[in-house]
Design a protein around this ligand. Structure first.
Ligand code: AVJ
Length: 312
């Protein structure tokens, strides 16, 4: 609930279902069950991004640590389980402090506590906030070496251009002069690889997508019939993105919180964009927000990239 008292989930669903192209923001996919299903997705044969990024981090951690330098202050945006940052922390020379930022304060506290006990010398300051509107500035620990942002997982691809721009500007302000930023970016590639990664043979991604309707039924008093909607993953080449949709298998009406919505047979709800941003394009976006892309590390097939930005 926000200050005005209306549940932001309800608001997004009612507004989204009233559009010509029905759509619901992808952030609502991640309730407890959705987060578990996403974890299952990361282990699927077809879903290459997580495992490829981990390989790059493991192989290049020493080079990344070298670029960052000693006694760094690391700020991870949208931190989650903190597994990936351990690879970096293990390679860094006497990291001074770690600031994980995550919307789920419960999950964050637990993960931060575990990390603290594994790295005795490290100061850990968890911040419970949406990574899109942090205002860390003066709250970041002082002293030590460089400040380094860390944003793995290719979440950048879920954001619109203007959100990427404001995120890169805010982080540039927060992290300050001399800062750097390590970012994971899934790369454009053949739809023959991309589509199965988002429509796997075991149907885990379908369950993940349909879970949104289950969540609406439970939390917003909806009556979606899960049997009459089908998961769909499409490659939209013009804008270089995978789109997830839920397709209505018949003409039907659905109620949510007392409001009625009509579906034509074949009509879809657009539930996620996963953009694959090429590195030259990303370098331009970074540059206009005050960063310079100075290093890139990729796997041998160029499926995924981890880049280093430096404050200009
Ligand atoms: C967590 C947003 C990076 O876009 O690949 C996985 C989410 N959706 N399968 C992605 C997702 C369907 C994932 N991100």
């Amino acid at each position: 609930m926000d200050g005005a008292g209306i549940d932001p989930f309800l608001q997004d669903v009612l507004t989204g279902l009233a559009r010509d192209q029905k759509s619901i923001p992808s952030r609502w996919l991640y309730d407890a069950r959705g987060s578990r299903l996403f974890d299952d997705i990361t282990e699927l044969d077809e879903y290459y991004p997580t495992r490829t990024e981990l390989t790059i981090l493991n192989e290049q951690a020493a080079a990344m640590a070298d670029a960052i330098g000693p006694e760094a202050v690391i700020v991870e945006y949208g931190a989650g389980s903190l597994l990936k940052v351990r690879i970096l922390l293990d390679a860094l020379e006497r990291p001074k402090a770690f600031v994980p930022v995550d919307i789920s304060s419960e999950h964050l506290k637990e993960a931060a506590h575990e990390l603290k006990s594994a790295y005795g010398e490290l100061e850990v300051y968890p911040v419970a906030a949406d990574f899109m509107d942090t205002n860390l500035g003066s709250n970041l620990p002082g002293g030590g070496g460089r400040r380094a942002g860390f944003f793995p997982g290719s979440t950048m691809g879920n954001l619109l251009d203007r959100d990427i721009d404001s995120f890169l500007r805010t982080t540039r302000e927060d992290l300050g002069e001399g800062a750097c930023f390590i970012i994971g970016l899934d790369q454009p590639k053949s739809p023959d690889i991309l589509v199965p990664a988002y429509d796997d043979a075991k149907g885990v991604t379908a369950e993940f997508n349909l879970n949104l309707l289950r969540r609406i039924n439970r939390e917003l008093d909806g009556n979606f019939d899960l049997e009459s909607f089908k998961h769909e993953a499409r490659w939209n080449d013009a804008v270089s993105r995978i789109e997830m949709h839920l397709r209505s298998l018949k003409a039907q009406t659905v109620e949510v919180a007392g409001q009625t919505f009509k579906f034509e047979k074949g009509e879809t709800i657009h539930t996620e964009n996963s953009r694959k941003i090429a590195l030259d394009r990303f370098a331009e976006m970074a540059e206009s927000a005050g960063w310079e892309l100075t290093r890139k590390w990729t796997d041998e097939n160029g499926l995924f990239a981890v880049v280093l930005l430096e404050a200009r």
